[in-house]
Write a protein that binds this ligand. Structure first.
Ligand code: CAO
Length: 535
């Protein structure tokens, strides 16, 4: 077998460029056009393809070397493949009259003419060409839009991988295309015709005239519409095209990969390591705001402005943060406020507490739980969940009330089950137990699941009103602030009344403002006179 020495082609600069990736090893079988090494200059990343199919005999370079045009890259034991031109230099055979050319490979180069093809568009289905933005003879800049595609999920502009002059258009408006469909042929700007590999005597026909190094720092195509393909701002990530392709195939977001290559470059191994890590990692809670299209918050170095201290968040706080943020982002919140007159209820509570003396403290919150069940029965929508598809409401015929409990480790929400079947004393006793368990870290997941409505009381601390966040998948939550004596007009005079501030936050997709006003008015009425509950 004849051997072929593959050398560094013209990379558009006389200055030495870095070898940043060696994509093959001795003994590997390579196909013609397969990437052998990746070079990086100040301006671009260049992938050097193999001029021949064959077996890598030896490699003359290593990552980190600086090379210029003509430097030996490697030696390939060429395999004669009819029609591919990969022929042993010592035994040239006449070049056959070329048959009609097969569809060129994406980005294929032929004698300085580049065929640009449809990149990975996130779907295997054919998509429509809805606009052709260039015509033959046009000079296009790199990244200039060539065509616009439309799938049932997104519109996508396909930019030019390289600058040059449009020789021919290979698609028209209305065509259906998919990844790899040739779009245009382009006479690449500044194409040099230096051969990549010099054969000893006869040039390796065809293949050797062609392999211009392709500039492959592709920016992801801008995408508008929903359900966009895996397009991220990967343009800022340093990675060769082969690595980008691998990342796309494996569904890896390059920006998330820890780079170990030269100058912070992401290598193939990095992508594989990332996938391995992802596979072995325990399932993480869904990323906050994932798919919401929200811009990420930038990291800030607060130490720039003064001394800081970093405190690690415990798991409870991290998980609560995720859940609260998710609910806040997904649920359109509105909060309705009202004051309940609890003057007589408070008198009753105090006198009962004096009478009971059995260790159970009758709390205002226990009365509120009971009153909420009454209001939920009157307005069942508040005891429901919105189906994730947004097409149906799941109304529950059980009344489990979650109570937000503040603990040194963070907020937890244990649940009073079947509160409709329990008396106020029993609820008060159970709440005491649950909040003790919460503060002793003894709550089980079962203690904290299945709530249909929640109450968050800050009344023991203070404040006049707040907007609690709906505890998804519930659709409403009642915030309770500190009661206070207030002058209330009775039609003839101001009377001192004990008023309890209530703040009802609700999911406006499910509950109208009028419903919320009715609910809170009804609830306030029950707190003003609990005898109504018996009606
Ligand atoms: N108005 C006036 N006083 C009130 C009151 C109110 N709305 N609610 C409670 N109080 C009083 C109580 O009567 C009690 O007084 P005494 O000590 O004189 O008897 C005192 O405040 C302390 O009450 P408490 O808060 O311990 O008891 P509670 O039954 O009202 O609440 C619990 C229990 C578990 C809900 C509460 O301890 C708690 O953790 N609250 C915080 C919940 C929270 O963090 N919510 C925010 C979620 S969003 O970030």
């Amino acid at each position: 077998m004849a051997t072929t020495e593959v050398k560094v082609p013209d990379v558009g600069t006389d200055k030495p460029v870095d070898v940043i990736e060696i994509s093959v090893k001795p003994g590997d079988m390579v196909a013609a056009e397969q990437t052998l090494i990746v070079l990086e200059s100040d301006k671009a990343t260049v992938e050097v393809p193999s001029p021949v199919a064959g077996k890598v005999v030896s490699i003359a370079l290593k990552v980190g070397d600086k090379v210029t045009q003509g430097a030996l890259i490697l030696v390939v034991e060429a395999q004669a493949v009819r029609g591919e031109g990969a022929m042993p230099p010592t035994a040239p055979v006449p070049v056959p009259v070329p048959a009609p050319a097969p569809a060129p490979a994406p980005g294929a180069v032929a004698g300085g003419v580049l065929t640009l093809s449809v990149p990975d568009i996130g779907t295997d289905k054919g998509v429509d060409v809805i606009e052709v933005s260039v015509k033959p003879g046009d000079t296009v800049a790199k990244e200039q839009t060539l065509i616009v595609l439309e799938s049932d999920k997104a519109t996508m502009e396909v930019p030019a991988e390289a600058a040059g002059k449009v020789v021919a258009l290979l698609v028209k408006k209305g065509d259906k295309v998919r990844q790899g469909t040739p779009i245009v042929t382009l006479e690449a700007a500044g194409v040099a015709s230096a051969p990549v590999a010099q054969a000893a005597s006869a040039p390796v026909v065809a293949v050797l005239d062609e392999p211009e190094p392709r500039e492959l720092e592709q920016k992801p195509a801008p995408v508008s519409g929903s359900g966009s393909p895996a397009v991220v701002s990967a343009a800022d990530v340093h990675a060769g095209p082969a690595v980008r392709k691998l990342a796309r195939e494996l569904g890896v977001v390059l920006a998330e990969v820890a780079a170990t290559g030269l100058k912070g470059r992401v290598t193939r191994d990095d992508v594989h390591a990332h996938v391995k890590k992802r596979m072995s990692a325990p399932a993480a809670p869904a990323a906050v705001g994932a798919g919401s299209g929200l811009p990420e918050l930038p990291r800030i170095d607060f130490a720039k402005w003064g001394p800081v201290e970093e405190l690690a968040l415990n798991k409870l706080r991290r998980v609560s943060a995720q859940n609260l943020h998710r609910a806040w982002v997904h649920i359109p919140h509105v909060t309705q406020h009202d004051d309940a007159d609890i003057t007589s209820l408070e008198e009753f509570r105090v006198s009962e507490n004096a009478r009971l003396k059995d260790g159970v403290k009758l709390t205002m919150l226990a009365f509120l739980v009971k009153a909420c069940v009454g209001a939920l029965k009157q307005y069942p929508k508040f005891n429901s969940s919105l189906d994730v598809g947004g097409e149906k409401l799941i109304v529950k015929n059980y009344w489990h009330i979650g109570i937000a409990v503040d603990t040194p480790d963070g907020l937890v929400v244990p649940v009073i089950r079947d509160a409709d079947r329990k008396g106020v004393l029993e609820i008060a006793r159970e709440m005491g137990e649950l909040s003790r368990k919460a503060r002793d870290k003894k709550l089980t997941p079962a203690d904290m699941s299945g709530a249909t409505f929640s109450i968050s009381s800050l009344g023991g601390i203070g404040g006049t009103a707040f907007t609690p966040i709906v505890n998804w998948p519930e659709v409403a939550i009642l915030g309770v602030s500190r009661s206070a004596m207030k002058p209330v007009w009775d039609g003839k005079a101001f009377q001192p009344r004990l008023m309890l501030p209530l703040s009802l936050s609700y999911d406006h997709r499910v509950i109208d403002g009028a419903d919320a006003a009715r609910f809170i008015t009804y609830l306030s009425g029950l707190m003003a006179d609990l005898r109504r509950l018996t009606l």
